[in-house]
Design a protein around this ligand. Sequence first.
Ligand SMILES: Cc1cc2nc3c(=O)[nH]c(=O)nc-3n(C[C@H](O)[C@H](O)[C@H](O)COP(=O)(O)OP(=O)(O)OC[C@H]3O[C@@H](n4cnc5c(N)ncnc54)[C@H](O)[C@@H]3O)c2cc1C
Length: 447
Amino acid sequence: MRVKPTTSDGTPALEVDEYVKHVRNEYLHAYVHGGGASVKFVAGDEDTTTSYFSKRLENAACDCGYLHVRLDAAQTRVQFVEELFFAVSRNVDWVRLAADFLHRVYAGLDIPPDPGQPPEVSVQVRRVAEANGLHHGELYRTVRRRLERELLGENLLMHQFRVAMLRLCESLLDWVDTDADEHNIVLRWLRGHSVPVAELRTVGLHARVARHQARYMFNSLSRWVHMTGAPGIVVELDEPMTFDAGQYAEITVPGTGLSRQYSMANPPWEQRFLEFHVRRTPGGAATDGWMFRTLRCGDPVELTGPLGDFGLRAQEEPAILIAGGTGLAPLKSIVQDALARDLAPQLHLYHGGRTEDDLYDVAFFRDLAAEHPALTYRPCLSESTWDGAVGLVTDVVAEDFPSCRGMSAYLCGPPAMIEAGGKVLKNRRMAPRRIHREKFLDASHAA
Ligand SMILES: Cc1cc2nc3c(=O)[nH]c(=O)nc-3n(C[C@H](O)[C@H](O)[C@H](O)COP(=O)(O)OP(=O)(O)OC[C@H]3O[C@@H](n4cnc5c(N)ncnc54)[C@H](O)[C@@H]3O)c2cc1C
């Protein structure tokens, strides 16, 4: 759907899609991500435009890892910060956020949650223990220790906020000593409903959030969203860097003498801000030891680049692009560049993950494919059922293309996926010289 707003005096107005793209690129990806804040007023010509805009903005915000909340100024006295906090809080899916955080806790322990369950169910200790053949009690103690360390040690969260999140996470673990009432007390406290002090004390909280605390609760919420959200960093450069779509930069890991490679995910015309997608590797020096642990918004980061020659040059044949996990990063840059410069007649993008948690930017690519007939997009899950494609991403490609003769391919992600993809494409008669690969090798491959 495309909506063309017009102004009453006939002056040209921005199209909704164009404006949302601008907000996404300039603000969500760059300025706000870098710590800035911004207020925008948008006037739509009719209700359909306004609701379409609102939906598109929500998609863009969610894709960029933000929490999207819609408030009605007629219902909320925005001059009272605590009322604003409660109004926002009533729109926040606190349980989902806590489940997302637990997913990251499990990922840090290299233990996958129970696949095929909704996020808040998949983290229950008994289910995870059974799915992974682990001892229930031991798993609970390990998760609990890690949870406390990561949550209580996070001093950018207000103390009361930390306590509340800990209680919510504990209740999702669904262990013997968790109590459903505690869960409800915490939610009522967060949403500003009146809760007797005696009940609050049972969960370690003291009083209703007051005006002088509401601003800190907002800060805590934004930090919490960051802690539960999709992995990724945006780096603002001292000076612009010219690069080709598909290239990578080498980031120095402070205090270790090590550096690691990360592919730019933004299109090459954005030279001042670089977007990286980073997967946490348990025990990894850069990701587990630094980026996901101590790196904070605003910290200086040292990098060199651009490096590498993975990329799509102008070509006459259609291209299949296959990404595993964060292997989507360079392909995101390549797809945007190829569409903008009309580099290939057709692009077929596949993104594979084990569960829905591994996928990201889904709405971004769905929107892009809806805007550009030259792009098709298929996210695939190998260990979960859902309403999209199911199976290893390379098998889904094989099903979709009985013959790949006369096509080319761009594969990026874990080495095993790339090797499997190469075999499938050759079996489907793609010429080997037309298969381009970017393997995300790490220290375990170098050893
Ligand atoms: C060209 C290129 C582009 C890349 N782009 C991206 C990207 O966009 N996004 C992304 O997420 N990743 C990307 N990677 C991978 C990235 O560079 C890192 O390798 C990855 O993030 C892991 O880094 P780490 O320091 O956290 O883990 P490492 O310290 O490299 O450890 C990785 C694993 O190896 C184990 N290990 C460490 N040392 C040894 C050893 N001596 N023997 C055996 N095992 C060992 C660790 O326990 C850990 O499990 C890219 C890689 C390449 C080559």
